[in-house]
Design a protein around this ligand. Structure first.
Ligand code: NAD
Length: 478
């Protein structure tokens, strides 16, 4: 029986391990302690890597059907404990119960869906002289490093395809949100052979140590662009493969033919769901000048109907910012906007009273393109609403960013939408929606939003090396 109250252990070689020390995990809605989480020592990192190395030849040799069946069972284990996991995720993250449940169900769906995937094999040359076949083989030990905004989604996007392909994993959740991840891997101890998925939690030293570790063959990382650059530099020492899912500053472009109220509602959630702590949140909202005022009013009116509060309370639509450092960064960005004399359509006010990392939902009225609220990824509820006049102009402004993660186009004119979408520099462009992710669809960033992709067959292949056999049809003869 798994206890969900207070005991949190890492999983190393299939066994529960206390940390060498502990770290507090704080509920961001109440600023109270949720639990102490293990803080792994470097020796424990070595043990986890050694366990993964020992498990690798055994796991890769298992038939694909067995690995697929294992994934199915891993998904079922999440669903069997959905209620406890949901409460735990809300308490350590802050997001509303409904969002926590959606995240957990998503991870289970990823397990079930990837259980139907297999590795491709292609005959690349077939002539009278020779035949060559290109297969995909696992890489070895994968180090998976996740951010705090979607702890379970991000971990599952890494662990699930990695082990389907035959790799073994050392997973590190963010120190801000380790608990639900630790519990899920604890549930999996009964399902996975020892060493196939290890999870270690800890402080700031652990990520760089994984990146540099000679026993890890690949790093799959989700986090900020600044940290991603460090990961890439650290991985170069041992020539590790890397997949980097990094920051975004996604533009949405709204043409004047839309239904203003309905589009404002959808774009409210596109920008503010999860308190805007989404890599693909809309972070720059360009609205055609003909409907700008009506749209701004509809957006702000809708915002006033959404309850911001403790995610554990009924009716909460948006929780707190997940952690104090992020809260301070977002408040500093609002303060800077105020100092610059920018106008606010909502929010923009100082630090709220009381407990919890709550930031007033802030919409900035048509700030200049070179202001910080437009240039930077806020990763909090600060949305610049920007006026545009013509299509070429808005495409140029939307592309004027170091990021290129995703974008969206909103119009009833299908041809216009396709034309604009084709010109946006982003890994994903949605038309009349956002944030739709699928295990069948590759997702990744252009420019400084990342390297490589997750999801889809392309995402699975990132956990493989190419292995080609070239066979001369006739052996050498005297
Ligand atoms: P972060 O970069 O601070 O931390 C991410 C992870 O890296 C954490 O587990 C952290 O402990 C670890 N880490 C910290 N320093 C490290 C180092 N030097 N080497 C290796 N690992 C290290 O990011 P965050 O604040 O947790 O997450 C927010 C960022 O993540 C935002 O920029 C957001 O856009 C991005 N993000 C991107 C995606 C995507 O798929 N593109 C998804 C979610 C979040």
């Amino acid at each position: 029986m798994i206890a969900f109250d207070s005991s949190f252990t890492m999983t190393i070689d299939g066994k529960g391990e206390e940390g060498a020390a502990t770290l507090p995990v704080i509920n961001p809605a109440t600023e109270t302690l949720v639990a102490m989480s293990p803080d792994a020592s470097m020796a424990q990192l070595d043990q986890a890597v050694e366990a993964a190395r020992r498990a690798f030849p055994l796991w890769r040799a298992r038939p694909l059907a067995e690995r697929q069946e294992t994934l199915r069972r891993m998904g079922e284990a999440i669903l069997a404990h959905l209620d406890e996991l949901k409460r735990l995720l809300t308490s350590e993250h802050g997001k509303p119960h409904a969002d926590a449940e959606r995240e957990l169900r998503g991870a289970a769906y990823w397990c079930a869906t990837y259980a139907g995937f297999s590795l491709p094999e292609r005959v690349t040359l077939d002539t009278p002289e020779r035949r060559s076949v290109t297969r995909r083989v696992p890489i070895g030990v994968v180090g998976a490093i996740a951010a705090w905004n979607f702890p379970i989604t991000l971990a599952s996007w890494k662990v699930v395809p990695a082990i389907l392909a035959g790799n073994t994993v050392v997973l590190k959740p963010s120190p801000f949100t380790p608990l639900t991840t630790l519990k899920i891997v604890e549930l999996w101890r009964e399902i996975l052979p020892p060493g196939v998925v290890n999870v270690i939690s800890g402080g700031d030293a652990l990520g760089p140590a994984m990146t540099a570790h000679p026993g890890i063959d690949k790093i799959t990382f989700t986090g900020s662009t600044a940290t991603g650059m460090k990961v890439m530099a650290g991985a170069a020492e041992t020539l590790k493969r890397v997949t980097l899912e990094l920051g975004g500053n996604d533009p949405a472009i709204v043409f004047p033919d839309v239904d203003v109220e309905a589009t404002a509602r959808d774009l409210f959630w596109a920008a503010f769901a999860n308190n805007s702590q989404i890599c693909v949140a809309v972070k720059r909202l360009y609205v055609h000048e003909d409907i700008y005022d009506a749209f701004a009013k509809a957006l702000v009116d809708y915002a006033a109907t959404v309850k911001v509060g403790d995610g554990a309370e009924q009716g909460t639509g948006i929780g707190p910012i997940q952690n104090r450092p992020q809260f301070e960064r977002v408040m500093a960005l609002i303060e800077d906007a105020r100092r610059q004399g920018l106008a606010f359509l909502s929010g923009g006010i100082g630090r709220p009273e009381g407990k919890g990392y709550f930031v007033p939902l802030t919409v900035v009225d048509n700030p200049p393109d070179d202001s910080r609220v437009v240039r930077e990824e806020a990763f909090g509820p600060v949305l610049p609403l920007l006026k545009f006049k013509d299509t070429d102009e808005v495409i140029r402004r939307a592309n004027d960013s170091e990021y290129g993660l995703a974008a969206s186009v909103w119009t009833k004119d299908g041809a216009l939408a396709e034309e604009v979408a084709s010109q946006l520099d982003a890994g994903t462009v949605w038309i009349n929606e956002t944030r739709v992710m699928s295990p069948f669809t590759a997702f990744g960033g252009h420019k400084r939003s990342g390297i490589g992709v997750e999801n889809g067959e392309e995402g699975l292949l990132e956990f493989t090396n190419v292995h080609t056999t070239v066979t001369r049809r006739q052996a050498p003869q005297a």
